[in-house]
Design a protein around this ligand. Structure first.
Ligand SMILES: Cc1ncc(COP(=O)(O)O)c(C=O)c1O
Length: 396
């Protein structure tokens, strides 16, 4: 066997495969409406771009300390204090090449072969793959629509065993948009502390939130803080997905281990992107406010429109920029003699017959759903949902 066992277990990104298919159709001149976007459709704010240009002009283009520059760590510590009431020292912070890298560093630093990592499903696509790279085992807790796609303390308690190392919690969630309330987090934290496991709290969508305030599970009490690795970054809040800056806050010895790993893999994240991120966190926040207001309008429209289409329904997402749509009553119907037995076949048919690109729920661990993103113009949302409605009306 050419490849290592560990790497052979990793699946290619199915979301990227769907994007490739949609792009191929677009290149052939087909007018495809893309609902696949996992990033804001807004430009990076001008003050952030200016900060990056200044950094280049000043010659700030060399290696930096592996775990991030002092100014950025200061900005992150101030942000965590102001927004989350969390106090960290610089030794408890590491800046990495995107939140995905932060998650990778956390899981690889904490997990050995045979350790179990609990993932509530639907989950973000990369979690199980990163767990596989670490040689650990992903243990899925399937959440239900009637529970707003959130795990209960009982489910968590019943899933934990002596091999459990970590729970991965993502609030606001990709793909469901659900947000855990402070009370729900308190109940989960009791179970986490009793079992002595760690919690990776992926808070990358913290700022893209519409109804309830965001609460970090680490902020509940000092014991929970010791057991939590908070992951966040600038990608989603500041439309900086290409700049690749994420960060972790957590216990010093875990952060130090991640820094050692980063020393011998990526070294520091790009110096220029770090300088830009200082401006993102400390500069004007008005672009963020405008973006969230626009997402909220689109969310409200999309939720009402989806729920008006016979055969589809969705809960109202409270954060992120996705609608998680139940397609169970459309599955197993046919178009042009072709039966769609799962979310992947339905997604293919959407693209082929309605020229709409969506993401099949199967990639997030639940085949009765699709994910559509509202990080696209209102015009596209209206036209794309009209196409979906016409397509569904033709099914037999
Ligand atoms: C839930 C979740 N976590 C982490 C990430 C990774 O973010 P970044 O682009 O900063 O690596 C994403 C990106 O889609 C995400 O949806």
């Amino acid at each position: 066997m050419l490849l290592s066992n560990r790497i052979s277990k990793i699946n290619p990104s199915l979301t990227l495969a769907i994007t490739a298919k949609a792009n191929k159709l677009k290149a052939e001149g087909v007018n495809v409406i893309g609902f696949g976007a996992g990033e804001p459709d807004f430009d990076t704010p001008i003050n952030i771009k200016e900060a990056a240009k200044k950094a280049i002009d000043k010659g700030f283009t060399k290696y930096t300390p592996t775990s991030g520059i002092k100014e950025l760590k200061e900005a992150i510590c101030a942000k965590l204090k102001t927004d989350n009431n969390l106090e960290y020292t610089h030794e408890e912070i590491i800046v990495s090449c995107g939140a995905k890298h932060s998650i990778f560093n956390t899981i690889v630093s904490l997990c050995d072969e045979g350790d179990e990592v609990i993932l509530p499903s639907p989950y973000w696509v990369s979690y199980p793959e990163i767990v596989a790279v670490a040689g650990a085992k992903a243990v899925i807790i399937k959440t239900e629509e009637k529970e707003n796609f959130k795990i209960t303390p009982e489910e968590l308690e019943n899933t934990i065993n002596s091999r459990t190392k970590l729970l991965v919690l993502n609030s606001p969630s990709n793909p469901t948009g659900m947000v855990y309330s402070e009370n729900e987090l308190k109940e989960l934290s009791r179970v986490i502390l009793k079992a002595g496991i760690y919690c990776l709290s992926d808070e990358i969508y913290e700022k893209v939130i519409y109804d309830e305030p965001h609460v970090s599970i680490a902020s509940l009490d000092s014991e929970m803080k010791k057991k939590t690795i908070v992951v966040n970054g600038v990608s989603k809040a500041y439309s900086m997905t290409g700049w690749r800056i994420g960060y972790c806050a957590g216990p010093k010895e875990i952060i130090q281990a991640m820094s050692n790993l980063q020393d011998h893999s990526t070294s520091n994240p790009a110096s220029i992107a770090q300088a830009a991120s200082v401006e993102a966190l400390t500069g004007a926040q008005s672009d963020l406010t405008k973006m969230v207001a626009e997402f909220k309008k689109r969310r409200d429209f999309m939720v009402n429109r989806v729920n008006s289409i016979s055969g589809l329904h969705t809960l109202r997402p409270q954060g992120a920029f996705y609608c998680w749509i139940n397609i169970s009553s459309v599955l197993n119907k046919s178009i042009n003699g072709k039966r769609m037995r799962n979310s992947f076949e339905l997604t293919d048919a959407f693209l082929q017959f309605a020229n709409v690109a969506v993401v099949p729920g199967g990639v997030f661990g639940d085949d009765n759903y699709i994910r559509i993103s509202y990080a696209t113009s209102m015009e596209n949302i209206i036209e794309g949902l009209n196409r979906i409605e016409r397509f569904i009306a033709k099914l037999v």
